[in-house]
Ligand binder design. Structure first.
Ligand SMILES: *Cc1c(COP(=O)(O)O)cnc(C)c1O
Length: 397
């Protein structure tokens, strides 16, 4: 039944959903699932948020697509708003996270080229990284399982161990253009870079004329309780990729840059057909309307604390199932004691959706709009799932 005319690239759960309401997904058979997977950190405002539905349907009646041959007022507006609320001055809009990263990688190389350093094209990345599935971004991510069988790896990416800043310093050479990292690794297992490490990397970049690129495709747009995760560290990048949360479910992303860096990308050197179309921009602006409302991000932090405290209590009760809680804001990870796939199944049996990640972690990525009641319900379901696994393990199962 699960789509025999489709590529078999996804190991799909045997579930199909028909509707969504806030933190909930309703299956075709009427069963309700608490959605703390959030379409992998995409449904930042949950399902069916009235403001997003209104923005999308209003725009759908007016204009969907015109191409970047013309002015797109919604694009200018979203660019200005992102710039006003970040380190950046300019934005390039894309349809996905990987394309936002491609733009960041090309911009970094082009910036060095324009400044008399065409030899600088290499980018340092960190183990556990995930930057997308295009040929360049699998090279940047460096994971063997994503590179295998796809021909020669795109040249110019050098990977070091997670958070090994000494190794980064040693690796910087005459061909280095930039350092790329996720301030909080997502797929890699919800691993935040320490603030001190980000500060050292910033200093290294400044000293050697390198660009610092942040991939906030997963951790950006309110996920950590600030609009962007880098704000917690006080360390600003020169380039940043965002996607996932900014569209709230509509496919879109952006590459953000300072004026100086963006100026390397002159007319004609890069492009996109769909990126930044009026429909996407209407939704992106609507997401920002909500996330930038007074007090919204403080609420994310308050709810995150509630969730983290509840999860910590479950770790105390069932250390044979969950070893520790990691992460920040509503981007939390359960480091599992038993295989994370088993824990994920047990949560699904409780009708709670979560996402496995590297390092034997289960990701919890609820909508930023989730309620205290939904969080309590999720905690009860996680506790029940952990209890059943703990009991089964004690019985030798
Ligand atoms: C999901 C993700 C990407 C890739 O985004 P796509 O929209 O799937 O191309 C890149 N970087 C990070 C950190 C991600 O989580």
């Amino acid at each position: 039944m699960s789509g025999s005319a489709l590529f078999e690239t996804f190991a799909r759960a045997p579930l199909a959903f028909e509707r969504g309401e806030g933190s909930w997904l309703i299956a075709e058979n009427g069963e309700r699932y608490l959605d703390f997977a959030g379409g992998i950190a995409v449904n930042s405002l949950g399902h069916g948020h009235p403001h997003l539905v209104q923005a999308l349907t209003e725009q759908a009646g007016k204009l969907w697509h015109v191409s970047n041959l013309y002015e797109i007022p919604g694009q200018s507006r979203l660019g200005e708003r992102l710039a006003a609320n970040s380190f950046a001055d300019r934005a390039f809009f894309t349809n996905s996270g990987a394309e936002a990263l491609e733009c960041a990688i090309k911009t970094a190389r082009r910036y060095q080229y324009k400044n008399g350093h065409p030899e600088r094209y290499r980018i340092i990345t960190f183990e556990g990284a995930f930057h997308g599935r295009t040929l360049a971004t699998i090279a940047a991510g460096g994971q063997a399982k994503y590179l295998e069988g796809f021909g020669p790896k795109v040249e110019g990416f050098d990977q070091i161990a997670f958070d090994d800043i000494d190794a980064a310093e040693k690796l910087i050479g005459p061909e280095t253009a930039a350092i790329l990292l996720e301030p909080v690794q997502g797929e890699g297992g919800i691993r935040p870079f320490p603030t001190a490490s980000l500060k050292r990397l910033r200093e290294l970049c400044d000293k050697h004329g390198l660009l610092l690129i942040f991939d906030e495709v997963q951790c950006g747009v309110g996920r950590t309780g600030k609009l962007f995760a880098y704000e917690w560290s006080g360390v600003s990048p020169d380039l940043m990729a965002i996607a996932k949360g900014i569209g709230g479910g509509f496919p879109m992303g952006a590459c953000l840059a300072t004026d100086e860096v963006a100026s390397a990308m002159t007319a004609g050197v890069h492009g996109t057909t769909f990126g930044g179309n009026p429909l996407a921009m209407a939704v992106g602006n609507a997401v920002l309307d909500v996330v930038l409302e007074d007090g919204f991000l403080e609420e994310v932090s308050r709810k995150a604390l509630l969730m983290k405290q509840g999860l910590a209590a479950i770790v105390d009760e069932y250390p044979d199932v969950i070893a520790e809680i990691r992460g920040t804001g509503l981007m939390l990870g359960l480091k599992c004691t038993m295989p994370n796939t088993k824990v994920n199944m047990a949560l699904r049996d409780q009708k709670l959706l979560a996402v496995p990640a590297g390092e034997n972690v289960i990701r919890l990525l609820p909508p930023l709009t989730t309620s205290d009641a939904d969080i309590q319900e999720a905690l009860e379901r996680i506790r029940a799932g952990a209890a059943s696994l703990s009991k089964a393990a004690a019985n030798g199962g």
